[in-house]
Design a protein around this ligand. Structure first.
Ligand SMILES: C[S@@+](CC[C@H](N)C(=O)[O-])C[C@H]1O[C@@H](n2cnc3c(N)ncnc32)[C@H](O)[C@@H]1O
Length: 271
């Protein structure tokens, strides 16, 4: 995979993000983190802009929300569907400085650091520069991403863990991003750090259509973009995805992923 290419890049990524984003969950997470009316909010890796629109609702008419993403296609969608007074979108590569966007009271970074295994701490450090002293950063990511399934055949289990190892090494993907978040804020001397742990993707019984679409796309796209070689399967990737889909649609399977949220307040003395 070329550098700077988003692992999940695919023509249906806007649809996937729209379908899997739940307003109540975003509101609960942002409220827990301490978002308040009147705040200037940055949504880092905003995708299709739907999270930015919920954060904007919470920042109210006196506040402002700025969605930042590298993808022109998703930002065009975001501008068309959610753009308006108090909400704007900016195309930026987070690997570069985004200091020109000004200072923020609240920075939201959800399902983003997992795509930057080696640089995640540097990204948080850079984002800290555009957070006002006393402002809040909220980092949210998964731990053991894609790795907690009960009921897998030995061959599927071996392949899934092989794929995740491969993505760590070759695509800079971090299946264990969540567990690191607390240490990032601790090392940056953040105050009033709080951590929350909850189940994400708690899936058992009949599969609903949203989980089916999200997971089949996750597996298909990430695996296809990764370049992993399917030695365990004679029919390569097609045979693997067929077996995965059959496992995943079986109501006996049990899947969950821990989601870790971490929020903290930037100390006043930091530059
Ligand atoms: C999984 S989505 C994020 C979803 C959203 N943050 C949420 O809370 O639901 C990750 C987003 O990060 C964006 N992205 C990936 N690499 C980036 C980079 N280097 N700079 C800015 N955005 C990037 C992708 O285009 C994608 O829209």
């Amino acid at each position: 995979m070329p550098d700077n290419e988003y692992l999940m890049e695919h023509e249906e990524e806007t649809t996937r993000l729209m379908l899997k984003t739940d307003e109540r969950t975003v509101m609960q997470q942002a409220t827990w983190a301490g978002i308040k009316p009147g705040m200037r909010v940055a949504d880092i890796g905003c995708g299709a802009g739907v999270t930015t629109s919920y954060l904007h609702k919470m920042a109210g008419s006196e506040g402002e929300a700025v969605g930042v993403d590298i993808s022109k296609e998703r930002l065009d969608y975001a501008k068309k569907h959610f753009g308006g007074p108090g909400i704007k979108f900016a195309q930026r590569n987070i690997a570069d400085s985004i200091d020109d966007l000004g200072m923020f009271d609240f920075i939201w970074v959800r399902f983003f650091l997992e795509y930057f295994r080696l640089k995640s701490f540097d990204i948080v450090k850079n984002l800290s520069r555009i957070l006002k002293p006393g402002g809040i950063i909220c980092l949210i990511d998964l731990d053991y991403n894609c790795l907690n399934h009960f009921g897998l055949s030995d061959r599927l289990k071996k392949t899934i863990s092989g794929i995740m190892n491969y993505l760590e090494e070759h695509a800079d993907f971090d299946p264990y991003a969540g567990i690191k978040l607390y240490s990032f804020l601790y090392d940056l001397d953040y105050r009033e750090i709080e951590v929350n742990l909850a189940p994400h993707h708690l899936i058992y019984g009949e599969l609903n259509q949203i989980d089916e679409f999200n997971w089949v796309k996750k597996v298909e796209i990430a695996v296809k973009n990764s370049g992993y070689k399917f030695d365990e399967y004679e029919g390569d990737y097609e045979e693997f995805t067929k077996e995965f889909k059959s496992f995943f649609s079986d109501p006996r399977r049990f899947t969950y992923t821990p989601i870790i949220s971490c929020r903290g307040i930037k100390p006043s003395g930091e530059s």
